[in-house]
Design a protein around this ligand. Structure first.
Ligand code: LLP
Length: 427
């Protein structure tokens, strides 16, 4: 969705800039992020949910100071899940009351910093954490606004590692067996906590709305039970993130307004049925905002045809800049972008330069048969969970993120250097 075109000599352009120029100026591998597209997606989510709802961007997908500023300007809130993300959010000027703090095992130090900063909410994930946050808040003399994360028992149709609402996994407190109700009971008794709502996140890269709908229904039912037992109507619910994006042409993602409409209708209907005031809804999209806005640019190093199998194309990055293929069997597409070619398509596997055979970036794709060392290839939709999950495996230097806007490109996260690596090594 970046403004992609081709120059007269066949080089792909992004926002009017030739990718060959980008490679010269910023090197490869590198992530190029379309700032206008990022802002447009923020705008679409805000518009879809309107003023009765809050959109929290999930910083785990990709976070940097520039991103925090864009979010702030576009009226989004921010979900962080570690001290590092919290520090970045605060350093870039996100008002603390627009930050939600997540995680299944926040440290005492992280909790203390979040409470001291005055974050808008802490999402509690266990009985121990309910007590821990209450204790810290009391010690600091504040009443911390909190939500309780519940596990609604939905099987989201996605990869096992990124599904989070079935029972046998580490997140949240189960609705089943009255666990969530007991958690609410405890939270309501503690002076250090102001329980503002219930939270559910069912998983990630989801296309089917049914899981979100079941989750919304069960969360509202819990609110009704809480009202019946305690006489309080909790004012908010958060239905998490997880909306899928198109990695290849096979994926058919839902739009923000579709999810807003579906969730809004269900929550309204269930609340009417239970005679509840409609709570304020919040959602936490990460991938759906940043995923489609960036691509990774690689230079081809070697082209190795394996007779009767496929051709292995090695690039100058790999699992250190995109672990998703190795970890989740994720699908990506790839294109030759530094020139045009009329050559026949050949079946390729795009692999990295790391020391293991699972170091695959694109498992199955077609590239022109005249592909050669020095060509530039681009892998789209790498904005989410690529730079944020990048590693230094084999002492790889993590690539920069370059924001492109109005025909100009500027580094927002610089490339790591060997000095950066050596600076950490103090032995
Ligand atoms: N809210 C909570 C509580 C979450 O745990 C997550 C993602 C999100 C929101 C944002 O989900 P999104 O809208 O981005 O799907 N590394 C995996 C994804 C892990 C997601 C973890 N939690 C991947 O690369 O697919």
């Amino acid at each position: 969705s970046q403004t992609v075109g081709r120059s007269a000599d066949g080089v792909v352009t992004v926002g009017g800039i030739e990718v060959t120029r980008l490679a010269e100026e910023f090197g490869t591998p590198a992530y190029f992020l379309d700032e206008a597209d990022f802002r447009a997606r923020c705008h679409a989510w805000r518009g879809a949910f309107g003023s009765d709802a809050d959109v929290f961007y999930a910083g785990k997908a990709f976070l940097s100071r520039a991103v925090v500023r864009w979010l702030h300007e576009e009226g989004l809130n921010l979900d962080v899940c570690s001290g590092g993300e919290l520090a970045t959010a605060l350093a870039a000027g996100m008002p603390a009351d627009r930050i939600a703090f997540h995680g299944n095992n926040k440290t005492e130090d992280e909790i203390e910093r979040a409470v001291e900063a005055g974050v808008g909410r802490i999402v509690l994930d266990s009985f121990q954490e309910i007590a821990r946050v209450a204790h810290i808040a009391e010690r600091l003399g504040v009443r911390q606004r909190v939500q309780i994360r519940v596990t609604v028992g939905v099987e989201a149709h996605t990869h096992e590692f990124i599904a989070t609402a079935h029972e046998d996994q580490k997140f949240g407190i189960a609705l089943a067996g009255g666990q969530a109700a007991e958690a609410v009971r405890r939270a309501l008794q503690l002076d250090g906590l102001e329980l503002i709502g219930v939270h559910s996140h069912i998983g990630s890269q989801i296309f089917d709305m049914a899981g979100f709908e079941v989750s919304a229904r069960r969360v509202v039912q819990l609110l009704a039970e809480i009202r019946d037992e305690h006489g309080v109507e909790l004012p908010e619910i958060d239905l998490g993130g997880g909306l899928g994006i198109a990695y290849t042409s096979e994926d058919d993602p839902r739009e923000p307004h579709e999810i807003a409409k579906a969730l809004g209708e269900i929550v309204t209907r269930e609340c009417e049925a239970a005679d509840l005031r409609t709570p304020r809804i919040s959602v936490e999209p990460g991938r759906a905002i940043v995923g489609p806005t960036a691509f990774t640019l690689y230079e081809v190093g070697t082209v190795k045809p394996l007779e009767g199998l496929r051709t292995y194309v090695s690039v100058d990055g790999g699992m250190s800049d995109n672990i998703r293929t190795a970890l989740y069997d994720a699908e990506y597409s790839v294109a030759l972008v530094s020139r045009e070619s009329d050559a026949e398509p050949m079946l390729v596997r795009v692999v990295g330069k790391h020391c293991e055979s699972g170091d695959i970036v694109v498992k199955d794709a077609f590239l022109p048969a005249d592909l050669a060392p020095g060509d530039l290839i681009a892998v789209p939709a790498t904005g989410a969970y690529c730079r944020s999950m990048a590693s230094n495996y084999n002492h790889a230097l993590r690539p920069p993120v370059v924001a492109v806007r109005d025909g100009e490109a500027r580094v927002i996260v610089r490339r790591e250097t060997e000095e950066d690596l050596l600076r950490l090594d103090v032995g």
